[in-house]
Design a protein around this ligand. Structure first.
Ligand code: KG4
Ligand code: ZN
Length: 344
C-alpha cells in the first residue's frame, strides 16, 4: 500500500474545517494540518445554529480554510492524492458547500473523491489518534448525535442504540439556555456545576428501566425547566445546584448505559479485548468521562478518548475516514448526492 495524502473537508454543522492527513504504507495516519473555523460568533445572538447563516459562512470561508490547511501542511494542492468531504448527515446547505467544493477539486486535480458519512468520521478517529484495532464500541455524544455504535471494520457498523429525542449535547445546551448561561451550553454548565450540589435535586432518568440501549433526554430537560420555574427568581447557588444535579443525572444515565453496552460487547466477542471509544463534544465533560471510566474498569475495558479537538467536528476525521476508504479502493462517483439524513 502506497502512502496517500488526503484533503478532508467538513461543513455539516457550524465549523468550517479542512485538514491534510497522510496515511503511510503501514496504515498509520499523521495529521499534517487541521484548520477549524467555528461559527459561534455568527450564531451567538440566536442561541443556536441557524442553517442559512451556517451555509453562507461556509461559502465565505471554505476556500480560505482549505488554502490554509494546504499551506500549513507544507504541500502543494497538486500533491493531494484524494479529496474527502462530509456528504451527510447534517445541515444540507452546509453539506452541499463542502461536497460541491470537494467535487470541483477532485475533478480539476483528476483525483478520487470520497464522500464521507460524518458519523463514520467520528467512528474511525480513534484509529488515527490511537491506532485502535477492530472491533470496538463507540459512544458518540455530540450536539447532534448520541449513540452507541459497534465498529467491526471500515464500512461495517452496527447501531446499538441512540437517542429517541434530544442529543446529549443538545440537552446541555437547552439546560444552559434555561439557566441563562449562553451558548454553547455544555462547557458553561460544567463550569458552574463545580460550585453546585449534585444531590440537591432528583431529576428523572427516562427510559433507564428498559433494556434497550437508547437514550431520552427531553423529559429530563422538562423536569429541569419545571424546577427552574418553581424556584424563580434563581440565586447563583440555585443555578449551580440545578446544573450540578442535571450533570450528575446525565452522568449516571450514560454510565449505566455504557455498562450495558460493554456487557453486550463482552458477550458478543468472548476473549476479545474490550474497547470503548468516546467521540463528540460532550466527551470533554469530566464528570461524564468519569462515569464512563467506572464501567470500563469493571469490564477491564480500554477507554479511549481522543484529544478533544479531534472529538469535536474537524477536517482530520473526514480526511482519515477518506484515507481508510481509499486504502480499500472504496471511492465515490462525482454524481454522489449530499444527504441530510444518513444513518451509519
Ligand atoms: O461534537 P461537537 O463539537 O459538535 C457537534 O454537535 O457535532 O459537540 C458540541 C456539543 C455541544 O452541544 C456542547 O454543548 C457539547 O458538545 N459540549 C459539552 C462540553 N463541551 C462541549 N457538553 C458537556 N460538557 C462539556 N464540557
Ligand atoms: Zn460531529
Amino acid at each position: 500500500q502506497a502512502q496517500a495524502i488526503i484533503l478532508g473537508i467538513e461543513t455539516s454543522c457550524d465549523e468550517t474545517a479542512a485538514s491534510i492527513v497522510v496515511r503511510d504504507q503501514t496504515g498509520r495516519g499523521t495529521i499534517r494540518s487541521n484548520v477549524v473555523r467555528s461559527q459561534l460568533d455568527e450564531h451567538a445572538a440566536f442561541g443556536g445554529v441557524v442553517p442559512e447563516l451556517a451555509a453562507r459562512a461556509h461559502v465565505e470561508w471554505l476556500d480560505h480554510i482549505i488554502a490554509q490547511a494546504i499551506d500549513e501542511a507544507g504541500i502543494g494542492l497538486n500533491e493531494v492524492d484524494a479529496v474527502a468531504a462530509t456528504a451527510g448527515p447534517g445541515l444540507i446547505g452546509g453539506v452541499l458547500v463542502g461536497l460541491t467544493t470537494a467535487k470541483a477539486l477532485a475533478a480539476s486535480l483528476g483525483k478520487p473523491l470520497i464522500a464521507v458519512n460524518h458519523l463514520e468520521g467520528h467512528a474511525l478517529t480513534a484509529r488515527l489518534t490511537d491506532g485502535v484495532k477492530f472491533p470496538y464500541l463507540m459512544l458518540l455524544v455530540s450536539g447532534g448525535h448520541s449513540q452507541f455504535v459497534l465498529v467491526r471494520g471500515v464500512g461495517d457498523y452496527e447501531r446499538w442504540g441512540g437517542t429517541i429525542d434530544d442529543a446529549l449535547g443538545e440537552a446541555f445546551d437547552k439546560v444552559a439556555k434555561l439557566l441563562s448561561l449562553g451558548h454553547p451550553g455544555g462547557p458553561a454548565v460544567e463550569k458552574i456545576a463545580q460550585r453546585g450540589d449534585p444531590k440537591r435535586f432528583r431529576f428523572p432518568k427516562p427510559l433507564l428501566r428498559e433494556e434497550r440501549l437508547d437514550f431520552s433526554f427531553s423529559g429530563l430537560k422538562t423536569a429541569v425547566r419545571l424546577q427552574t420555574e418553581a424556584l424563580a427568581p434563581l440565586t447563583d447557588q440555585d443555578v449551580a445546584d440545578i446544573a450540578a444535579s442535571f450533570q450528575e443525572t446525565v452522568a449516571q444515565i450514560v454510565g449505566y448505559r455504557a455498562h450495558q453496552a460493554l456487557e453486550r460487547f463482552a458477550a458478543q466477542f468472548p476473549g476479545e479485548p474490550i474497547r470503548l471509544v468516546v467521540a463528540g463534544g460532550v466527551a470533554a465533560n469530566k464528570r461524564i468521562a468519569e462515569a464512563l471510566r467506572v464501567p470500563s474498569e469493571e469490564f477491564g475495558a480500554e477507554l479511549i478518548v481522543p484529544p478533544i479537538a479531534l472529538c469535536t467536528d474537524n477536517g482530520a476525521m473526514i480526511a482519515w475516514a477518506g484515507a481508510e476508504r481509499l486504502a480499500l479502493g472504496d471511492m465515490d462517483n462525482l454524481s454522489v448526492a449530499a444527504r441530510p439524513r444518513w444513518p451509519l
